[in-house]
Structures are given as structure tokens and as C-alpha cells.
Design a protein around this ligand. Structure first.
Ligand code: IVH
Length: 702
């Protein structure tokens, strides 16, 4: 549905059966004849809107309009239950769970693919194809991403989805019709009328990355088990006997071929067949491309390898298929794979290496993190020599010792992690990992909070001090241009600074003596420090690095107290009246401001000229005009930076978030606004141009 699906590329969420009706939606119930007509019309309309939304990615109407059609259909069907048919969009979710899965014998085997791991394998494949076809001409290939999901078969008879099955062992799979029906992007009835009377469509059901992350976030919030990756989550979701569970999972499909085709003809190339599937309402990959020759295949591979991280779903390679169906038939099959197709795999994101040592790092809040020092290994395009081991529990869970062989995983662009220990390869001299009993940096005592060990030294600990200063200087905090991590470390190590306030007493002369620092860059840094003195209250609060006070909480606190000293004086109880501040965060805030040292640093910062405009000025002049609104910024702005835009919006009372949803009040769109703009338009969210925004600012005097 529009309201619950989100963008098809991002997070097609579960079907929502609970849409409510308002009194203005209630329409009279017509006679049976008229009801039947209206029901057919509504189903047709809903089908077309689904098609525009899921297949074409060009929705025409907002959620609310779609919901109205749906509600009307449901109310007519409940007035005339005899008019309900299995292909009605209201009938996607079954009311009772199955007892067991049925078996489905595939009329045509569901094959797998041979793999190519490098350019050479790909060239060999191309050479074999040409030899068998006895041609010297460049071959036309259809190229598509290889999705990492679950292969399914969808059988349509007379245009209606009658059965869906998993691949199983290729010959026999499981009947998952009840679960497939809940996937809204899979049509229960095909569009048009020129489809074969019996048509088996094959494709990959997958869970988009965003939906997977949200599913796991929700599961861990409820203390439930999380899924390892989107593929497992998709598989688990399809393996449910109760389709009401599947209906809540963000699944979707890309179709990549056909199986049985009876009573009908299909075009004579693979790419045209996929175009037909799309025309009939089935989702096919928008990345499909027809190319000629092996070099063009390689180019496509490189392009997709670069695009991969940014795609909203996981892919593990590229599938190349000889495009002409006659040629596919001439090439035939070997064992379980066709001779006319190959899967070129991306380099492994997993690798085996050895754990050489474990070191302990002290973070900004004193948390001690064990870091694995590894024998350097090449994984997914980069050399990895360190990986996090998180905490004591993780070390216990992995049952890991120094000297062990370990599997390193690089999922997407996240920090590499030790995923598994190969216990069978443990050497005799493997050593236990021992946790330090004092801070490895400042020798203070350690405190234990569940699985986390923490240095009690606070800002006495130079590691915590360095991290606190790095945080203070970071872009979302005081935004001190040119004050990078290495520089902070040198400044602290050489005792040029001890607190963040000392930064503002630095001279160009002192700084120019540091490594990789010339006269010019030293002057630039002093200028940047100078400029950073002018800030905003939310940024200042955030920059203090109070535990669990992120950007949004800092903004909430600034909006609530509007004055730093009022915030500093607030009791734990009072702090909890601020949005999103619970007892734990309130405790951290109160404790932070109670510490003499922190109060001194704040006083010193203010004495050295750190300042912000009083938060009350805008309010006094006319209240916060955007209070209660949620805004998103996108694209390039010409008259201000994105961060400046964000500060202004916050000053006007808006909450600023990173992604567009149905709850977004407005999108401030600069030049070259991309997917967020498209999504806002799709969801009917108000779009404000930079010009509009300038006018609003003028009107409000900010
Ligand atoms: S074509 C005879 N196309 O990969 C050709 N398969 O290793 C059969 N897969 O079981 C498959 N994306 O689950 C094809 N664009 C794509 C694919 C794809 C993913 C999966 C499919 C198949 C497995 C074979």
C-alpha cells in the first residue's frame, strides 16, 4: 500500500490491514449489480496503481487516495461476501496458518548457474559460447545483477497466480503460495490479456537492505533474535506456515525468466521476454542491459561493482545470458546449469586470516574496546589488518584465542568484523585473551557495566581527552576546519592542550612546529578556530560529548531550556520532561554538569569567546514557526551550506532528519536533488525550493 510500503526501492513494508475509516469516507452501499461493477472497477484501479508504484516506480496518487479505494473495496466486499474472489487485493493474507508445506514438482527443472570468478573465466565462457555456435561475431548478452535472495517459481493460469514454489533441490520445491500472495509487488492477476494461458515466471524474492535493518532493529528492541543478513531474513520469512507473519516482512521480487509456457508465444530474446513480464505487471531489474561482446560484459561488471554499495538491495555478482532464445536452445544444458548463462561473482567479502594480537582501545566515554590485530588480508577490494571484537561478551561468544584462524567479514562499507573462529585449526600455542585490570592508557581503575569495561579516569585519561577533543572539533559539533585526528593527538601528546578550551589559546607559532604543519596551515587552523567560536546552542551542547547525547537530543535540550545555564542547573527529574530523554540519559547529563572539571571547561570556553545567538530571539518575535515540524534537506544549496540550512531550520523549531517518510512535513530541495525529492513527490510531501526558503526566512527575519 502507499501508506505502508514506503518506496519500493527502499523499504516495502508490510501490508497493513488496519486502515481506519473516517465518517467522511462512509458511502452508501449500492445494489448488488452496481456493487459488482464498482468492485471490479476498484480492483482494476488498485491493480493499476500497484503497477505504477511497484513496477514503473511512478505512482500517480498519494497514499490517502489509494487507501480510500482500498477501504471502499473492503466495505463493498463485506456487504457482499459472495463477490469476493481469490485475486482480490483484499485477500492477500490468509486467516489461518498452514499445518505443513506441500511439495511441488517443477515441470521444468529450476537450474543453477556456473560461476566465473575473474575476467579470464568470463573470457573462457564467451569463447565456449562462440565455438559452440560456430561464430566469430560478438555475442549479444543480457546482463543483470545477481540478486542475493531466494529463487521462486510463480505459476499464472489464465492470468491468475495459482501457485508459487521455492526452488528446493531444483526438481521439487515447497508450496509457498500463501506467503507469496502477501508480497504486494507480486500481482495476483496479470495486467493486459496477451499472456500465455499458462505461464511460469521465475525470479528472486529478496529483502531490501533498509527493510532488513529496520526488521532487525525492531527485533532487538523487543529482545528477539535478529537475522544475520537480508538473504536469511528473506528465506526465514518465506518459510512461515502463518502468512500473517510473512505479510509483515518487507519482501519484494525481481523476475528474471520464465519456465513453463503453454498456449501462447513469447518474443525471441531474453530481454524482450523480460519487457513482456514488466508489461504484465511483474517487477524486473531496472539494471538490465543488453551488450555485445565480452569487453562490454566486463564494462558492465565494473559499472555494477561501483554501483553495488549504493543499491538498495544486496547483489553478489552479475548474470550474463545469451540474449537470443534460439541460441540458448542451440547451446542447451550441462548437468544442472545452462551453457548459455554464467554468474560472474564479486570478489569474496569474507577471508580467512590469523589473529596475531589483541589490543585495547579507550573510547571517548572510557569504554575499553578489544581490537583484533590481524595478519593483513585482502577482503572485498581492501586490505584489512584490524577488526573490532566489540566487548567481553563477543570474545566469549566467538570463543577466540590469539593465534586462531578467523573468518573476517566485510559487509557493505561497514568496519570489518571477526565473524567466526575456525576452532578445528586452533594451534597448540594459542593464548587466551586477557582483559586489562587497569586502563591501558592512564592506569586508572576500570568499572564494569554489563559487557562493557570502562576507564574511570574521565578526562584525566589522555585517550578519553583526545577522543573528547576530536568529537568537539568534528563537523556536526564545533566544525573546526583542519583540526583532524592526527593533529589532536599531537597537540595532546605535546601537552599544548589539555582541554577543549585550550584550543582557543593556541597560537600559529605553537601549531606550526607540529608534524606536517607549515606556517600557512597553522594560520588557517587558527582562523578556523576563530570562526568556530560563533556557534549554536544545540551544536555546543552536542560538542560537549555527554554520554548518549547525540545531535537530536542536544537539539531537544536546547529547544527546551533555551539557555545553557538553565540546562546546567536542571535536575534529573526535570531533564526527563524533555522529549526523548529517559532516566539513563538524564542521569548522564546531570552527572556531566555536576562535575567541577566540566563546569570549569565550559566557563573557560565562554570566557574565550565561544558564543551563540540567544535561542529566545526568534521565539520572542513570533514563536517558532516550524515547531512540531520535521524537515529533510537534500541537494546542493547555493546561498548556504547544508549545515547552515539545518541550523536555521532548527532555530525555527523544526526537527531535521535524514530521510523522507510519510511523517516528513517538508523537504528543502536544492540543486540536483535526487532520490529524496522523488520520494517526497511520491509521498506527497511538501517540497520547498531554496528560493521559497529564502522568502520564508525573510518573512521570519532569520
Ligand atoms: S537465472 C538457468 N538470473 O542465482 C538460469 N538467476 O546460481 C537460472 N539468481 O537459483 C537462473 N539473480 O536464485 C538468474 N538475474 C538472475 C539471478 C539469478 C539471482 C539466482 C537464482 C538461481 C541462482 C543460480
Amino acid at each position: 500500500m502507499f501508506s505502508s510500503a514506503g518506496s519500493q526501492t527502499e523499504n516495502p513494508l508490510a501490508f497493513d490491514n488496519s486502515m481506519s475509516m473516517t465518517s467522511s469516507d462512509i458511502q452508501p452501499v449500492p445494489s448488488p449489480e452496481l456493487a459488482e461493477q464498482e468492485i471490479l472497477q476498484l480492483r482494476q484501479q488498485i491493480g493499476e496503481h500497484n503497477y505504477r508504484y511497484y513496477v514503473l516506480d511512478e505512482p500517480e496518487i498519494p497514499d490517502s487516495e489509494y487507501d480510500k479505494l482500498f477501504i471502499r473495496l473492503k466495505s463493498l466486499e463485506s456487504a457482499y461476501p459472495q463477490l469476493i474472489t481469490e485475486d482480490s487485493p483484499t485477500r492477500r493474507v490468509g486467516a489461518t496458518p498452514l499445518k505443513a508445506f506441500g511439495q511441488v514438482r517443477h515441470e521444468l527443472a529450476m537450474l543453477s548457474l556456473d560461476n566465473a570468478f575473474d575476467e579470464e573465466d568470463q573470457a573462457d565462457f564467451n569463447r565456449r559460447v562462440k565455438e559452440r555456435l560456430d561464430t566469430t561475431e560478438d555475442i549479444e548478452y543480457a546482463c543483470e545483477p545477481k540478486l542475493d535472495g531466494i529463487a521462486v517459481s510463480l505459476l499464472y493460469e489464465d492470468g491468475r497466480l495459482v501457485r508459487a514454489a521455492t526452488r528446493g533441490d531444483g526438481t521439487t520445491g515447497e508450496d509457498i503460495t500463501h506467503n507469496i500472495r502477501t508480497i504486494e509487488s507480486i500481482p495476483l492477476k496479470l495486467m493486459g490479456n496477451d499472456w500465455p494461458r499458462r505461464l511460469e515466471v521465475r525470479g528472486e524474492v529478496y529483502m531490501p537492505k533498509a527493510g532488513f535493518e529496520q526488521l532487525n532493529r525492531r527485533a532487538s528492541a523487543k529482545g528477539e533474535k535478529t537475522f544475520v543478513n537480508p538473504r536469511n531474513a528473506a528465506a526465514g520469512s518465506l518459510r512461515q506456515l502463518d502468512s500473517r507473519i510473512t505479510a509483515k516482512r518487507p519482501l519484494t521480487i525481481y523476475c528474471y525468466g520464465v519456465g513453463v509456457v503453454d498456449d501462447g508465444v513469447l518474443p525471441d530474446t531474453h530481454s524482450e521476454i523480460l519487457a513482456c513480464l514488466k508489461k504484465w505487471g511483474l517487477r524486473v531489474s531496472p539494471e538490465l542491459k543488453v551488450v555485445k561482446g565480452v569487453q562490454a560484459c566486463e564494462d558492465y561488471y565494473q559499472t555494477m561493482a561501483e554501483k553495488r554499495q549504493g543499491l538498495p538491495y544486496e547483489i553478489d555478482g552479475i548474470v550474463y545470458k545469451v540474449n537470443a532464445i534460439a541460441r540458448q536452445q542451440a547451446l542447451g544444458f550441462v548437468a544442472r546449469a545452462p551453457r548459455w548463462a554464467i554468474a560472474r561473482k564479486f570478489p569474496a567479502q569474507e577471508a580467512i586470516t590469523t589473529l596475531k594480537e589483541v589490543e585495547f582501545q579507550v573510547g571517548r566515554t572510557g569504554a575499553i574496546t578489544p581490537v583484533a590485530r590481524l595478519q593483513p588480508v585482502f577482503v572485498g577490494g581492501v586490505t584489512v589488518s584490524n577488526a573490532t571484537l566489540h566487548n567481553m561478551d563477543e570474545i566469549e561468544r566467538l570463543d577466540i584465542k590469539i593465534g586462531d584462524s578467523v573468518v573476517i567479514l566485510r559487509a557493505g562499507d561497514v568496519i570489518p568484523k571477526v565473524n567466526q573462529v575456525i576452532h578445528s585449526m586452533r594451534p597448540d600455542n594459542a593464548r587466551d585473551i586477557t582483559f586489562p585490570d587497569r586502563c591501558p592508557v592512564c592506569d586508572s581503575e576500570l568499572e564494569r557495566e554489563e559487557a562493557i569495561l570502562r576507564c574511570s579516569g574521565g578526562l584525566f585519561c589522555s585517550a578519553q581527552r583526545k577522543e573528547a577533543i576530536k568529537h568537539f572539533a568534528s563537523r556536526k559539533a564545533m566544525d573546526i576546519d583542519g583540526l583532524g585526528d592526527k593533529l589532536v593527538e599531537q597537540l595532546v601528546d605535546r601537552k599544548l592542550i589539555a582541554t577543549v578550551a585550550d584550543l582557543f589559546s593556541l597560537t600559529a607559532l605553537e601549531v606550526s612546529g607540529l608534524e606536517r604543519m607549515g606556517k600557512k596551515s597553522a594560520e588557517n587552523l587558527i582562523n578556523a578556530l576563530d570562526q568556530s567560536r560563533k556557534t549554536t546552542l544545540p551544536r555546543f551542547i552536542y560538542s560537549l560529548g555527554i554520554r548518549e547525547v547525540g545531535e537530536a537530543t542536544a537539539q531537544g535540550l536546547a529547544g527546551h531550556y533555551r539557555d545553557l545555564h538553565k540546562l546546567m542547573a536542571a535536575s534529573e527529574e526535570d531533564l526527563q520532561t524533555v522529549d526523548d530523554v529517559g532516566p539513563v540519559v538524564a542521569g548522564h547529563i546531570e552527572k556531566f554538569f555536576r562535575q567541577e572539571h566540566n563546569r570549569e571547561v565550559i566557563d573557560a570556553l565562554l570566557a574565550k569567546g565561544v558564543e551563540w545567538e540567544s535561542e529566545s530571539s526568534v521565539v520572542e518575535e513570533g514563536g517558532q514557526p516550524l515547531a512540531g515540524e520535521t524537515w529533510v534537506l537534500t541537494g546542493t544549496l547555493n546561498t548556504m551550506t547544508r549545515d547552515e540550512g539545518k541550523d536555521i531550520l532548527q532555530k525555527l523549531g523544526a526537527r531535521v532528519t535524514g530521510s523522507v517518510s510519510a511523517k516528513t512535513s517538508a523537504l528543502l530541495a536544492g540543486d540536483k536533488a535526487g532520490s529524496k525529492l522523488a520520494k517526497a513527490e511520491k509521498l506527497g510531501v511538501r517540497v520547498v525550493t531554496e528560493d521559497d526558503f529564502m522568502q520564508m526566512r525573510q518573512a521570519w527575519g532569520v
